[in-house]
Design a protein around this ligand. Sequence first.
Ligand code: KIV
Length: 265
Amino acid sequence: MTQTPSRINVRTLQAMKKRGEKIAMLTAYDFPMAKMLDQAGVHCLLVGDSLGMVVQGYETTIPVTLDQMIYHGSMVSRAANQAMVVVDLPFPVGQISVSHTVESAARIMKETQCQAVKMEGGHQQADSIAALVDAGIPTIAHIGLRPQSVHALGGYRVQKDSERLMKDALAAQQAGAFCVLMECVPAELAKEVTEKLVVPTIGIGAGRYCDGQVLVTSDMLGWNSGYVPKFVRTFSDLRSEALDAVKQYCQEVQDGSFPGPAESF
Ligand code: KIV
């Protein structure tokens, strides 16, 4: 089987860290969004289980199923030509047993044709990370705030336990994770981890010193109507623009000016 030569892969990302080149990752859940992000030059598309909150309207990521991750992952994979596609292992895959983790991740790789998976966990999940890597499944370890453990952590809060963070990061790297993603940790702590690790780090709410950044695309495009976390920068105001357009459509349907002769047969 041949791979598109220009596709970003694990080696590309590790070389980027060595050169001090930052990695841009964004979430994608469907074909048209993934096409646009790929065209814009985003290095990695993350089919995050955040889709449970962004697309499905749940309050947490916990209800998202393996089949749903595969459904969204395959749409994103079909769209991406250059970007590496990474699909999240949903709760509780990764937390039950090593064999369940490997079987589920293998299904994701086979049925979505993504290039890597991401799982929440560090030193406690080191055996699962090692087994995934042994099975030829490139794996990102997600540490710091782990949204699938939101109830155990007592909410979505900044994770300040420096010993735990460093232990998780080193264990993940030792187990073979090709990248470590840190969520909601103080910038100085993320800097220490980034300097200590050979593999790249990607941060969300983890400051500017990480080797790369990830955001939820609908947050950074201003598409969401609700709460926007402090670490998000909104680069666009899509929701307001779309709202105006839809209001105008309703108006023109009602006043009879749409459709006009140009839109009629
Ligand atoms: O599920 C997700 O989209 C994520 C990112 C927010 C890092 O894990």
